[in-house]
Ligand binder design. Structure first.
Ligand SMILES: [Zn+2]
Length: 85
């Protein structure tokens, strides 16, 4: 398991601050926490990720796509209607 270096979180797009940090929550009905990066100024990742590393990548990718938000692909998990129980 590789270490997560907090310095891989890039400075905030909105305020330029470098104190953005990871936060997690446990969505109802799920057993695994989801993660996102949030800055003290309120800027956050566009979406929750299933791991800390993914959350950091999403945050950094957000910054890279600053001018391209409209074309962000929808990576949110889509509920499946054909679940087998
Ligand atoms: Zn900020």
């Amino acid at each position: 398991m590789k270490e997560l270096d907090p310095h891989t979180i890039r400075p905030c797009l909105a305020c330029g601050g470098t104190n953005a940090h990871l936060e997690s929550m446990l969505p109802p009905g799920r057993r695994q926490e989801v993660w996102r990066v949030v800055c003290a100024c309120g800027q956050t990742s566009q979406q929750w990720s299933v791991s800390q590393g993914a959350a950091i990548r999403a945050w950094n990718r957000n910054l890279a796509q600053e001018n391209d938000l409209a074309s962000l692909s929808k990576e949110n998990v889509t509920p499946q209607s054909h679940l087998k129980n």
